[in-house]
Design a protein around this ligand. Structure first.
Ligand code: G6P
Length: 358
């Protein structure tokens, strides 16, 4: 097992360190001289009027994060639903709607049943899965495999960045079919894996130091706006899963509608604020509301602000690609806290890697 962990103490840390490679494999397999190649009927993609994405856990947050890119690039409505809710709902589909299931394992019961529901309603289905020949892959009309490699740690990390990349590739493919110029986006997507590699090497020990300061905390708040909001949800989920610390993610602007009542000097806030306007100023202004109530701030951004008690500097990329970059410190932060607390990081209590029962 030590050998399998490649010198790392836990699979989770090893898998975070592999994100650049997993991402590179997933992206480069589908880009050929600036053209996105996906094995999906092009007429179907060209005519899509609405996309419904369904998943559980981390895969759901990958879907939620991608919505911002899809809608901005394609002006197609995207609805992202939790599988256990979707499967008992009465979804409204019309012509040229497609259904996308996202699942690392390809075996999650609720996601599988949601897929069956969409199929029964006559909707074309695409699945984004990591495990080849899994049930969800077999059941769907089209399969896009993420090439994350085996993910052993129960808390999902490298699968998330690959799922997000696959969703971006799909959005870019649809854009190309519609004649939208996406050359700059493809260039930037190609540039992300090496940035992730150097980011991991740069920030791992720094995030560990910050984690030491906060490992005694009982409650954590995560705030973000735009696509940093689902990243905050995913950061909070990671912390809950492996450190057993209570954590809540909120859209930054929603703070004043309730959660601000939780803020005091013992409840720190992790603020994700890419340096792009209006997101940066608005998020910093929400962070100020925390500061005014003695809450400590960990700021994740490429732009420093004096309100930060601790600052994690992100490499500069454009807004839509900040998700790939900012997820890494969120995962590392949860990892280091759980490790400092002496928890069983790869096999957290009460959780399973793949939930095949309802
Ligand atoms: C379980 C795992 C999570 C995962 C979720 C969805 O809860 O512990 O890490 O995100 O299932 O799994 P899937 O394989 O469908 O992506």
């Amino acid at each position: 097992q030590t050998a399998q962990k490649g010198g790392f103490k836990h699979f989770m840390l090893k898998e975070i360190s592999e994100e650049d490679e997993a991402l590179a494999n997933t992206i480069y397999a589908h880009i050929q001289s600036d053209k996105i190649e996906l094995d999906i009927d092009e007429d179907l993609l060209r005519n899509i009027k609405k996309i419904t994405i369904v998943a559980c856990g981390t895969s759901y947050y990958a879907g939620l994060t991608s919505k911002y890119f899809f809608e901005d690039l394609l002006s197609i409505p995207v609805s992202v639903e939790i599988a256990s809710e979707f499967r008992y709902s009465k979804p409204i589909f019309s012509d040229n709607n497609i259904f996308i299931a996202i699942s690392q394992s390809g075996e999650t019961a609720d996601t599988k049943e949601s897929l069956n529901l969409a199929k029964a309603l006559g909707i074309k289905t695409i699945s984004i899965v990591n495990v080849q020949e899994s049930t969800i892959a077999r059941l769907s009309d089209y399969v896009l495999y993420t090439l994350a490699g085996p993910e052993i740690s129960v808390a999902s990390t490298k699968a998330f960045v690959c799922q997000l990349a696959m969703l971006y590739l799909l959005a870019l493919k649809i854009a190309q079919l519609k004649g939208i110029d996406v050359e700059d986006y493809i260039k930037e997507l190609n540039s992300i894996p090496p940035i992730l590699k150097s980011e991991f090497n740069h920030i791992n020990s720094e995030v560990e130091k910050i984690a030491k300061k906060y490992s005694h905390v009982k409650n954590f708040i995560y705030l973000g706006r735009g696509l940093s909001y689902p990243l905050g949800l995913e950061g909070a989920l990671k912390l809950k899963e492996i450190s057993y610390i209570h954590a809540e993610g909120y859209p930054a602007g929603e703070l004043k509608h309730g959660p601000i009542a939780l803020i005091d000097k013992s409840t720190p806030t992790f603020v994700i604020a890419p340096g792009i306007e209006p997101f940066y100023s608005k998020t910093i202004s929400n962070a100020n509301e925390v500061k005014a109530r003695d809450g400590k701030i960990i700021l994740l951004s490429e732009k420093y602000s004096y309100i930060a008690d601790d600052f994690i500097e992100s490499p500069k990329v454009s807004y839509f690609f900040s998700a790939f970059i900012n997820i890494v410190p969120l995962q590392l932060f949860a990892y280091h806290i759980a490790n400092i607390l002496g928890n069983d990081v790869d096999q957290p209590r009460n959780l399973a890697k793949s939930v095949t029962v309802e």
